[in-house]
Write a protein that binds this ligand. Sequence first.
Ligand code: XLS
Ligand code: NI
Ligand code: NI
Length: 437
Amino acid sequence: MSEYFPDVPSIAYAGADSRDPLTFRHYDPDAIIEGQTMRSHLRFAAAFWHTMRNDLSDPFGSGTAIMPWDDGSQSLENAERRIEAFFEFLDKIDIDFYCFHDRDVAPEGSTVSESRANLEHMASVLERHQASSGRKLLWGTACLFSHPRYVHGAGTSCSVDVFAHAAAQVRSAIDVTHRLGGGGYVFWGGREGYSSLINTDMARERQQLARLLEMAVEYKHQIGFKGTFYIEPKPMEPTTHQYDFDVAACLDFLREFGLLDEFMLNIETNHATLASHSMDHELSAAAAAGVLGSIDANMGHEHLGWDTDHFPTDIYLTARIMRIVLAMGGIGDGGLNFDAKRRRGSFEPVDLFHAHIAGMDAFARGLKIAAAIRADRRLDEAIQARYASWDDGLGQDIMNGSCTLERLEAHAASIGEPSMTSGREEMLDAIFNDFIR
Ligand code: XLS
Ligand code: NI
Ligand code: NI
């Protein structure tokens, strides 16, 4: 295998004092936290689209990324070279998993069957690389948003013929995900929403989307694909509204159409913030409903309104995420997929390494901090104590259904004004801060 990153060594853990930027200072894959290795807690994945296909262009300027392995053509040879470069990257950065869209890895053909053949060809290349490297597919997905035919949506398109094209793409993408032993398959509906209600039948569009998902579920069972189906909520952009707006909207959609048993959610930080939620809010909402399946690890910028997909370098953020993940008992078959891109000015190939190291180290620190907060117990105990009145007697009777409004009225009358205690928010924030080190 030729060397695509000849100046980059394999990235190793060198300890917090290391001054070599091409080392991990906190991600020590074999270190044990709460009885498990960091590697297995974090289950990092690299996104093929950002790593190999993002040229770092923006709405005002062309791409800047230097990609010596990419001749810019749509040929299968070029596509194979990208995969070679990608697996060299995964090996050197020591990331176990990856994610892809069908069109990232294989060029679209001029017919449906040519597109399928291209994808299957590239799947055999991926299969070979997976086998020789031990790297695995976390999830696959179909790109139902780039081609002009999806201008009015894919599953939600006003055209049944476009819907058929989307269905064809979903079928092939599930097939190759299955073949590659993918842990899951993601539905992210980049254009499954509307630009304006003036020309939109929302009821139809939501029903159509549900039909696409139902057919995908049927197909999954038919071919025996055992991976998890995920929906990735996102509120808007490039549409003005997406039907999978946030966790709550996705739960409502899945419940309405009887699909709740078949889907988990893949939650992305920048999508949470675009929905005016914190990532903790989205994760907590999903965890409470038992559907927190996987995470797209990135973050937005506080001054920018778009899905800017910054690498997640904020330790407060990663600590909060990992605290929720640990409380849930781990991320299971999901993972932390770096759905993140370098800034336009970070255009050298080595920046791919710096960016992922920054994200991996931030999550390693988040994991350590979260475990320390949990071991300390003060924050968890504060929450327990706050709700203690619900733990027995009257609280339990209310919750198990054996209480009535009459009894509560009698209780309220007998106790008079309840005695209230402070929520101690700032005190608890300060305790959290004690662990950010
Ligand atoms: C875009 C989404 C996308 C999905 C996969 O905003 O985050 O990258 O993760 O289609
Ligand atoms: Ni994403
Ligand atoms: Ni995104």
